[in-house]
Design a protein around this ligand. Sequence first.
Ligand SMILES: [Zn+2]
Length: 290
Amino acid sequence: MPLKRQKTGSVVCPSCGLLVGVRDGKCYNCGRSNPGLWGFAPLVRHFGGQFNFVSLVVWGCCILYVLSLVATLGMGQNIGMGGFFDILAPSSTSLVLLGAAGAYPVFYLGSWWTILSASWLHGSLLHILFNMLWVRDIGPAVEEVFGSARTIIIFTIAGVVGFLCSSVAGLWMGGPGVPFFMRGATLTIGASASIFGLLGALVHYGRRGGGHLIHREAWMYAIILFAFGLFFPGIDNYAHAGGFIGGFLASMLLDPARRERTDHLMIAFGCLAATALAILASVVHVLALV
Ligand SMILES: [Zn+2]
């Protein structure tokens, strides 16, 4: 397919999926205005067909992880090597710089946008390794049901809801008097809130008619993983619960019974652009404080 603006012929309507003239002002079927996207609809679809959710998340997280290690060294701080779970841990400062969420960045620094960026950051080699294996495990099933674009949207919404929950909880219940499994986060990162969202979306899909088996399996997976967090300190249970709810709600909104459309692709691009902006805003905001 030629990668340029289409000026004649027909294109697929981004809203309903039927063929419409590229110059039509309105889709005759669903009424969407400008269905040809000024001739760019085929281009959007072409790029959308290229990207794969799992590799996008794995690459994005790995690049940011390396950046956080570089930033740690750049600020003259030490990379963690302490315990087994702290092997190759970037410093907290470097994570705040790149957009960690939690009560401290969100409410103290006023960086509310970090609820978008935190899903893409990780605190140690094992942290990123486990989460990426988990993304590779669950991601393809979600991608098959919803398509790559809607999977990105679910991943993003789940992260936002999850990190909002844990940051608010961190503000109200961050103190040492609170039992560890009920403690909100001062500083929080990791893809797991969004991964819980993928499970939430699969649970919704199962209920919506996607099948008893997928419903039960996704529930089991979520319950076991959530329970794990109640017994081990340092796990952000609010982010996990919030992420699950966010993913469930996102699936309700996106309706897995309907096909993925070009509109979803544009929203997914918007989600990724907003996330990139959130990271950039954090860097600028933190550097301005120094
Ligand atoms: Zn239409």
